[in-house]
Design a protein around this ligand. Structure first.
Ligand SMILES: [Zn+2]
Length: 382
């Protein structure tokens, strides 16, 4: 199974984030036509969409109780293997043909009226209106709905256009569109990105979301839930770490007799256990890091006059960081502090400086890439 299809399936299975994605109901075809929900929908009265019921349209679609009458070529562009293209190409019989009259529309399932309105709004726009610079930040949501619809029905060039425009909107003005949007936009963007992953979108959403969590504007619990469902491991690691940092340090401080007690609003019991597992694991890792740093050989030149003093002042600095009074596990902040402190240490020769900087940067990098493992356990082999 490819990465894409695996991710796709993951999302399909998560009922609370997105409904299953059944294909368009096959036309005039065996028992599938008797599909219970489908015939139920068809019985309830339908209304014509005020904007996209075009008098000269040649294709009637029904979503929920809304009828759209549109032009086929938007749904089945030439040179593209869209789902509708295949549908329109099916041979028709003498009796009522689906999609030609209100009474016999093509019934779409798993789609929403908003998705169709968004798609047709862009489909019926002029090329000038479709230019990215003509779009406002408010167009982000309709664009996402459009990309989702286009992905489902394999309207490839439309999907590509929508995705590129989303990238453009989320990047311009320093990412302003993602700085103040509703958290739902992050969720939708990540879901959409899961259909065909690209790291730029994911990074932008992560950065914007994380920044607001750090400022206390948005709750961690919501992001944790979404990230868990989408199985975004490294994002999860960052979120758990952030949650750990947000806890009252005193609650996790070692004590002779008092049990660990902490308050992490909105977290499930399983998530709290992962948080504690991560705390323990990072504490152990930090102890090993200190050991390693203390034993780090800095300058190896036997003729260097600063060799001994460099080693001593380095060990003093590491000791001071290791026994700092803060009890939270700010491992990254501590490593950063050491790195900054190094620059002020005039007792280190240049090769000792270099060795220490290199070791700290390497530890920080490896710790960042394995952060999720501390909370979730080792990753499954790919
Ligand atoms: Zn030296």
């Amino acid at each position: 199974m490819t990465e894409r299809s695996r991710k796709k399936r993951k999302v399909d299975e998560s009922s609370d984030l997105e409904e299953a994605r059944p294909a368009v109901r096959p036309r005039r075809n065996s028992s599938l036509d008797e599909d219970a929900s489908g015939s139920e929908t068809q019985k309830s009265p339908a209304i014509r969409d005020p904007q996209f019921y075009k008098a000269d349209g040649n294709c009637v679609l029904r979503v929920d109780n809304t009828l759209f009458r549109v032009h086929r070529h938007y749904l089945a562009p030439e040179h593209e293997q869209s789902v509708f293209g295949g549908l329109f190409a099916l041979p028709t019989g003498p009796e009522a043909v689906e999609g030609e009259r209100d009474e016999a529309p093509i019934v779409l399932q798993g789609d929403t009226v908003d998705e169709l309105r968004a798609f047709f709004r862009f489909a019926y726009s002029s090329p000038l209106q479709l230019q990215a610079d003509a779009m406002s930040d408010d167009d982000l949501v309709p664009l996402m709905l459009t990309a989702k619809f286009a992905d489902k029905y394999r309207l490839e060039s439309f999907e590509k256009w929508a995705r590129n425009t989303i990238l453009h909107l989320t990047a311009r003005n320093n990412g302003q569109a993602l700085k103040a949007c509703a958290p739902k936009v992050y969720v939708e963007l990540l879901l959409l990105n899961n259909l065909s992953p690209d790291s730029t979108t994911e990074e932008r959403v992560r950065d914007a979301w994380m920044a607001r969590i750090r400022r206390g504007e948005l709750p961690i619990a919501h992001a944790l839930g979404v990230t868990e469902t989408l199985n975004m491991r490294s994002f999860l690691g960052e979120l758990y770490y952030e949650q750990l940092r947000a806890l009252d340090p005193a609650a996790l401080a070692p004590s002779c007799t008092a049990p660990v007690r902490f308050d992490a609003p909105g977290l499930s019991d399983a998530q709290k256990i992962r948080l504690l597992a991560g705390h323990r694991s990072l504490s152990l890792a930090w102890a090993r890091i200190v050991e390693k740093l203390l034993a780090l050989p800095l300058c190896t030149a036997s003729t260097c006059p600063m060799r001994a003093s460099a080693q001593t002042s380095w060990r003093t600095a590491v000791h001071r960081t290791a026994t700092a009074t803060d009890t939270d596990l700010a491992v990254f902040a501590r490593l950063k502090g050491l790195e900054r402190g190094l620059l002020r240490m005039d007792t280190l020769c240049s090769s000792a400086q270099e060795a220490a900087q290199k070791a700290l940067a390497s530890i920080r990098r490896r710790l960042a890439s394995s952060l999720a493992d501390h909370f979730l356990g080792p990753a499954e082999p790919a």
